[in-house]
Design a protein around this ligand. Structure first.
Ligand code: BES
Ligand code: ZN
Ligand code: ZN
Length: 454
C-alpha cells in the first residue's frame, strides 16, 4: 500500500498558508500591488502565491464561509511541491478537516504509469489535529480508491480475496473463506449462481475482529469484480465502468480497516461475496429459479440484477448472530443514480433513529447521504408467478427502492439495518476527490458507529 506522505520533500521552512476572505485581505497591505496584479480577490477555491526573500513567502487561500473537509483539497495538486503549514490557529475539528482534505487531495493512481509522478505539496500536521483519525481515514480511502481503480483483469475474486487477507493479517483478524463448490455445500446458492460462470471461483469472505463481548457490528459489501450483466448482457456504455461493481466491497473493507485501526470497541464482522458476473455455458439463465440461503426461491427476471442476489445470502448469514447493526454497501442500481446523481449515495434504514443518526453523522464529517424510503407498497412489484420472489420489480420506476425491498426480505426485522446504494466513482474531479474510484459513506458510517457504540 502506498501512503500519501511517502514522497514528501521537506524544506527547512514550511511555507505558511493563510485562509482569508475579502476583508482579511487588508491584513496583507505589504503585498497589495502583487495581490492586485494577480487578480486575487480571496474568492473560495482560489489562491495566490506571495514571493518571499528566497522563494515562496506565503500562500493566501480564499476562505469559504464555513470550513469543511474540502477547503484545501485542491491545493496539493496545484501548489509547487514544497512543505506548507497552516498559519492561523484552528480548532481540533477544523484542523482535522483541513488536514484530511489535503491528504485526500494527494491521491494518485499511478500503478500502470511508467513515468514516476512528480512529488506533491505536503502539509505539516498542526498540533490540534487528530492525527490517528486522519491517518486511518486516509489509508482507508486510498485503499478503496486503489481497489476500485484497479482494472477487473487485475482485480478478480482472487485479488479481492488477497486484499481482504492482507487487511486481516495486519489486524490479526480471523478470516474464513468459502469458495466454489463449498458455497453449495455450505448453502450459499445465490452467491454460487451469480459467480459460477467465471474462471475465478465465486466465494464468500468472512472476517471477524475484536472482543466477542463488544457490541456486534456487521458490514456486507457487494463484491462483483466485473458486471457484464450475465446473459442479460449490458451494452458497451453500460458495461464500460463495471470494474467498479466491487465498490461496495472496497468501501466495507476500507471502513473495516478504519474501525480496526482506531480500535473501536465493537465486535466487527465483514462479509464480502466476491464474484464475477460472467457469461459461459453454465451461467444462470433468465427465468431460472435459484434457492437462497434463507430458503426463499428467487426467479431470475434479469441476470443483471445480480448484486441483490449475492448480498441476500450474505445478509441472511449476517443476521444469524443478531448483530446490533448491519450495514451493507453496494453499487446496486442505476436507478439510485437517476434519483440522486452520482455524488450522493442513497441510504435506506429499517430503524428511524439509525437513519436520522446516519444523516447527521454524514453531515458532521462532510460525507453526506440521502435517505430514501423502504416503501412497503412497492413490495408487491417483486412478486413472481413461479417462485417466492423475483429479483426485479415489474415496473420501470422506483428501481432503487424495489432493490432495497428485495434485500429487506433477507434481513431479520428486529436488526437495525442500513443499506447504502452508491456510485463508488467520481465522474468529475472535485477538491480532495479526484476522478475515478471513490469511498462514499464510510466516514459517515464510521461516525455513526463511533457515536452509537462508544
Ligand atoms: N451494477 C449494476 C448497477 C449500477 C449500474 C450501478 C451503473 C451504478 C452504475 C447492477 O448490477 C445492475 O446492473 N442493476 C440493474 C438492475 C436492473 C436489471 C433491474 C440496473 O440498475 O439497471
Ligand atoms: Zn448488474
Ligand atoms: Zn452489478
Amino acid at each position: 500500500m502506498r501512503y500519501p506522505y511517502e514522497k514528501e520533500i521537506t524544506l527547512p521552512n514550511a511555507v505558511p498558508i493563510y485562509l482569508v476572505n475579502a476583508n482579511q485581505l487588508q491584513n496583507f497591505q505589504d503585498h497589495k500591488a502583487w495581490i492586485q496584479a494577480s487578480a486575487f480577490r480571496a474568492d473560495p477555491g482560489t489562491y495566490c502565491l506571495i514571493p518571499g526573500d528566497d522563494g515562496i513567502g506565503k500562500v493566501l487561500v480564499g476562505r469559504p464561509e464555513a470550513i469543511d473537509t474540502w477547503t484545501l483539497g485542491a491545493l496539493p495538486a496545484m501548489l509547487p511541491p514544497h512543505s506548507y503549514a497552516l498559519a492561523d490557529d484552528w480548532s481540533p475539528e477544523e484542523a482535522t478537516k483541513l488536514c484530511l482534505g489535503w491528504r485526500l487531495g494527494q491521491y494518485r493512481f499511478d500503478r500502470y504509469r511508467q513515468n514516476q509522478s512528480q512529488p506533491l505539496a505536503q502539509l505539516m500536521v498542526p498540533a490540534p489535529v487528530d492525527a490517528a483519525y486522519v491517518d486511518a481515514a486516509t489509508t482507508a480511502v486510498y485503499l478503496v480508491r486503489d481497489l476500485v481503480n484497479t482494472p477487473a483483469g487485475d482485480m478478480g475474486p482472487d485479488h479481492l480475496e488477497d486484499a481482504v487477507t492482507t487487511v486481516a493479517k495486519t489486524f490479526q483478524a480471523e478470516l474464513q473463506i468459502f469458495r466454489g463448490e463449498d458455497l453449495l455445500s455450505e448453502n450459499y446458492p445465490m452467491i454460487h449462481g451469480v459467480g459460477r460462470a467465471s474462471d475465478e471461483a465465486p466465494r464468500l469472505l468472512d472476517l471477524r475482529w475484536g472482543d466477542p463481548d463488544h457490541p456486534k457490528v456487521t458490514l456486507v459489501g457487494k463484491g462483483v469484480c466485473f458486471d457484464s450483466g450475465g446473459l442479460n448482457i449490458k451494452n458497451a456504455a453500460g458495461m464500460r465502468l463495471m470494474k467498479k461493481d466491487m465498490g461496495g466491497a472496497a468501501n466495507t473493507l476500507g471502513l473495516a480497516q478504519m474501525i480496526m485501526a482506531m480500535k473501536l470497541p465493537v465486535r466487527l464482522r465483514l462479509l464480502i461475496p466476491a464474484v464475477e458476473n460472467s457469461i459461459a455455458g453454465n451461467a444462470t439463465h433468465p427465468l431460472d429459479v435459484l434457492p437462497s440461503r434463507k430458503g426463499l426461491t428467487v426467479e431470475i427476471g434479469n441476470t443483471d440484477a445480480e448484486g441483490r442476489l449475492v448480498l441476500a445470502d450474505a445478509l441472511w448469514e449476517g443476521c444469524r448472530e443478531d448483530p446490533g447493526l448491519i450495514v451493507d454497501f453496494a453499487t446496486l442500481t442505476g436507478a439510485a443514480r437517476v434519483a440522486l446523481g452520482t455524488e450522493l449515495p442513497a441510504c435506506f434504514c429499517s430503524d428511524e433513529e439509525v437513519g436520522t443518526g446516519l444523516i447527521q453523522a454524514g453531515l458532521a464529517v462532510d460525507d453526506p447521504l440521502w435517505q430514501l424510503p423502504l416503501h412497503q407498497p412497492y413490495r408487491s412489484m417483486l412478486e413472481s408467478k413461479v417462485a417466492d420472489l423475483s429479483n426485479i420489480g415489474n415496473s420501470s420506476y422506483g428501481g432503487s427502492i424495489t432493490a432495497a425491498l428485495f434485500l429487506q426480505e433477507f434481513v431479520k426485522p428486529a436488526i437495525p439495518w442500513v443499506h447504502i446504494d452508491l456510485m463508488a466513482w467520481n465522474l468529475r474531479s472535485l477538491p480532495g476527490r479526484p476522478e475515478g474510484g471513490e469511498a462514499m459513506g464510510i466516514r459517515a458510517v464510521y461516525e455513526l458507529i463511533r457515536r452509537r457504540f462508544t
